[in-house]
Write a protein of this length. Sequence first.
Length: 139
Amino acid sequence: MKSLRKELWFQVETRRDYINITDKVQAAVDESGVAEGLCLTNAMHITASVYINDDESGLIRDYDDWLEGLAPHEPIDRYRHNRTGEDNGDAHLKRQVMGREVVVAITEGRLDLGPWEQIFYGEFDGRRRKRVLIKIIGD
């Protein structure tokens, strides 16, 4: 069995952003040499997410509006977490909704994604370096 562990690093200049990382994940699969296996991709920070959906700009704006409606950033005093001196209580909730990781099958050396499926890094409390873990196992 082969395996590869790789980290991707991001520093988003805005509070929230949604970055298509499918090509970076496929590049890691290529690097691993795994033809048949699994690829785990997960955010290593509790205010960021990795998820799968369509790379369509209207949908991405809809996600952002929907998440901001569910857990608005302001007023920051609405979140008990922010009483610790933080201002990112909303980002923790947004991450919980969007999820921590995705697992995608690898078939014939390619991510086995469905039509329109793409892998995204979702940032909900940007302006500092954060990482995503890619772990690939298989033959």
